[in-house]
Design a protein around this ligand. Structure first.
Ligand code: ATP
Length: 260
């Protein structure tokens, strides 16, 4: 089976700075990955490469069997959902939740004339799955950060992507909203036709058991890659953070704190 994402020796240079260095990463079908890195470690840069928004200085990128350089990136991007809190809010301000979600299918914001019963049913189903069906008729600007994230995830799923990138989805969420969102993601991961999930974060405790693989990124380099259970280890993480940490496990998740 061909990999969903394959990066071979990918580097990206900006001026005289090497911001990604010799990245090797292979995501196989039916694997969900966490991508863990501190601020400025290169996570967003890596995602920009996977989406073809920037071009690697060296190396090879293959996504869903298409080698970059030989594929229409606009078409390929329709198979990749990328949910990040930087999605422009102003585009949706007065839109009702249902429209925000449905517009994800058409990649053109504001194109409602094609709205049909099938789309409405699918939007309702996705919003139900993410625990936000009750928001159906409200305006986007009235939603909390957590509610917005759920809607944007439902919106991305509307296009039936094969890869769904969740880029720090819990940023700005309080403890309880975060748990609700993670619960919704856990539910999503159990659905029969779930896309390959890539969960980007700074925080180990957000990595749900469904993310069975983890990539550690540090200063533009892969500092570790493999089964999450092996990566979420005191020695590995202390080495990764370059500071001794204590690892505690609760409910299949890993909490890290500095060792004093
Ligand atoms: N276009 C650019 N030109 C120059 N430097 C850049 C450019 N884009 C990113 N960088 C630098 O590359 C490094 C990695 O940035 P990136 O945004 O990929 O990190 P990140 O892991 O996503 O960080 P965060 O968690 O804070 O979002 C940073 O030092 C950043 O300043």
């Amino acid at each position: 089976m061909e990999p969903v994402i394959e990066l071979k020796d990918v580097s990206w240079k900006r001026g005289d700075q090497l911001l990604l260095k010799g990245i090797h990463w292979r995501v196989q079908e039916r694997e969900h990955w966490a991508l863990l890195g501190l601020n400025g470690s290169g996570k967003t840069t890596l995602l920009n490469i996977i989406n073809g928004y920037i071009w690697p200085t060296t190396g090879e990128v293959t996504v869903l069997g298409h080698r970059f350089g030989e594929v229409d990136l606009r078409e390929l991007r329709q198979s990749i959902g990328w949910v990040s809190s930087s999605l422009q809010e102003k585009l949706y301000a007065t839109d009702r939740a249902q429209y925000v979600v449905i517009s994800g299918k058409y990649a053109t914001i504001g194109l409602y004339e094609r709205l049909n019963d099938e789309d409405l049913a699918r939007a309702e189903q996705l919003m139900g799955l993410l625990g936000c069906a009750h928001l159906w008729d409200r305006e986007y600007r009235t939603f909390s950060q957590g509610e917005k994230q759920k809607l944007l995830i439902a919106r991305a799923l509307m296009a039936n992507p094969r890869i769904l990138i969740l880029d720090e989805p819990c940023n700005g969420l309080d403890l309880f909203s975060r748990e609700k969102l993670l619960e919704a993601l856990d539910g999503l991961s159990r659905e029969p036709h779930t896309p390959t999930l890539i969960y980007v974060t700074h925080h180990t405790e957000e990595i749900l058991p469904v993310f069975t693989r983890t990539l550690l990124l540090r200063q533009g380099e892969v500092a570790g890659s493999g089964p999450t259970a092996e990566i979420m280890d005191e020695a590995v993480l202390s080495d990764f953070f370059r500071a001794p940490v204590v690892v505690e496990r609760h409910g299949g998740r890993v909490y890290v704190r500095p060792r004093h």
